[in-house]
Design a protein around this ligand. Structure first.
Ligand SMILES: *Cc1c(COP(=O)(O)O)cnc(C)c1O
Ligand code: SF4
Length: 298
């Protein structure tokens, strides 16, 4: 594949199609409403997102947080991160913190260590998770010093974001090796994208290679319906068929959960038969984890 069809071009180079009015919302998950303090998104009782940075090493055109990521107006200050940590410290029911952004590894090792120190001092926080795209887009970020730093805060999981097997460059593989050797469990999230990874050969190759490099495929995300991303959309039925196809092609360890995030902030729903209440050509009705019923485009 070459030119504008190349998976890197599709993912990172702006496309005029983004400017078409696709009628999609800017904040479909109502994250803004679920944000008690600027750096926190609190949707599930036991776990929170701490948005520790607002920039990235490379900007994905399909980003769910397109409305704010990379925008100077939403720059996260250290004071806001401290407010977020105070929010977590005050709530005993929170046992997991997912450090996200933007990309939290855009922070310096010093600042990151400072943040992790403060979170680790909170007794009720058991699990730390860092969600980052850096292994794919800036693998040089992972030095032995960073791996050593992260390994001091166990249990700490790192979720990567690889969408295409060509992102597993020798440098990216080396970054994963460094982390796995330092004892950091790795899991991957992939966004299902039209013209990038919406075919079985590509997905099977990606999942097999990830597992081989000790990265467990965790979620395949139905792309969130954000304004300016309609040209990446894959129908739900196609996603379900891709997962079915994966089962016969790769190890059970390499089959991710196919997930859709509910509009309006009702949480993630796995696209399995038990959760599909009804469906027609236009919409699927799903059962959300909070017990509500939601409707999503087919
Ligand atoms: C995705 C997400 C989580 C983490 O969900 P897991 O299913 O545990 O990976 C937590 N909080 C929010 C707001 C999320 O969107
Ligand atoms: S790395 Fe993550 S936060 Fe940054 S642009 Fe890509 S999807 Fe959005």
């Amino acid at each position: 594949m070459s030119g504008t069809d190349h998976p890197f071009w599709r993912q990172f180079v702006p496309d005029a199609a983004e400017l078409e009015d696709d009628g999609l919302p800017t904040d479909p998950l109502a994250e803004h409403e679920k944000s008690p303090t600027p750096a926190i998104v609190h949707r599930y009782p036991q776990r929170v997102l701490l948005l520790a940075a607002n920039s990235c090493a490379a900007y994905c055109r399909f980003c769910t947080r397109k409305r704010r990521v990379g925008d100077r107006e939403y720059k996260v200050s250290f004071g806001e991160i401290l407010d977020g940590i105070a929010y977590i410290a005050e709530r005993k029911e929170i046992n997991e913190v997912i450090i996200s952004g933007g990309d939290p590894l855009i922070l310096s090792d010093g600042l990151l260590g400072e943040l992790l120190d403060r979170l680790r001092k909170i007794e009720h926080v058991e699990i730390l998770r860092i969600a980052t795209r850096m292994p794919a887009v800036l693998p040089q970020r992972f030095t032995q010093a960073l791996a050593d730093l992260l390994s001091r805060y166990q249990p700490l999981y790192l979720t990567t974001h690889f969408n295409h097997p060509q992102e597993l460059t020798p440098e990216a593989i080396e970054a994963c090796r460094l982390l796995a050797d330092a004892g950091i469990p790795l899991a991957n999230q992939t966004v299902l994208l039209k013209g990038v990874n919406d075919d079985l050969d590509t997905l099977a190759d990606l999942c097999r290679q990830l597992l081989r490099h000790r990265v467990r495929p965790y979620y395949l995300h139905q792309m969130d319906p954000v304004a300016g991303t309609g040209h990446f959309r894959v129908p739900l039925q196609q996603g379900v068929e891709l997962i079915d196809g994966l089962r016969s092609r790769v190890s059970g360890l390499a089959v991710p959960h196919y997930i859709i995030d509910s509009p309006g902030g009702h949480g993630k729903v796995e696209l399995v038969a038990e959760n599909v209440v009804a469906r027609n050509d236009e919409n699927w009705t799903l059962r959300a984890p909070d017990g509500s019923t939601i409707s999503v485009p087919a």
